[in-house]
Design a protein around this ligand. Structure first.
Ligand SMILES: [Zn+2]
Ligand SMILES: [Zn+2]
Length: 132
């Protein structure tokens, strides 16, 4: 079982034991919303994820997608795509033990910052996996 939460501790969640997929995303939405060069997401079955403390705030950067963040400290917490309602993406940096998950690929490499080379040998997709 994974647990995690935002930087200030106001919002906490728990997620299942096994991730569906772990992905480095280099897209502009993830960069801007996190303030980091890329955002790494751990995908969990939606039925195995729930918030257990606090109320995250929701917003949408694109039709059919929902992101959540802590209204107090701004940590980016989750991403849900209506086209993939069975899973919820959780920002790996907010997990209590992020080192135990294993990233599997990179998406939106076409938006990757050139000073952050990919050298981990993982599959790299120009856009999302679905658009490849
Ligand atoms: Zn917070
Ligand atoms: Zn992204």
């Amino acid at each position: 079982m994974h647990e995690g939460g935002c930087a200030c501790g106001a919002v906490r969640y728990e997620a299942g034991e096994d991730t569906v997929r772990v992905t480095h995303c280099h897209c502009l939405d993830c960069r801007r919303s996190s303030g980091a060069p890329l955002l790494t997401w751990a995908e969990f079955p939606v039925g195995e994820f729930r918030f257990i403390k606090g109320e995250p705030r929701e917003y949408s950067l694109r039709d059919g997608t929902t992101r959540t963040f802590c209204p107090q400290c701004g940590s980016q917490l989750t991403f849900v795509d209506d086209d993939q309602p069975a899973v919820v993406d959780v920002s790996v940096g907010t997990l209590d033990y992020p080192s135990v998950v294993e990233p599997e690929d990179h998406v939106w490499n076409s938006r990757r910052l050139p000073w952050l080379p990919v050298a981990d040998g993982l599959p790299v997709y120009d856009k999302s996996r679905r658009h490849e």
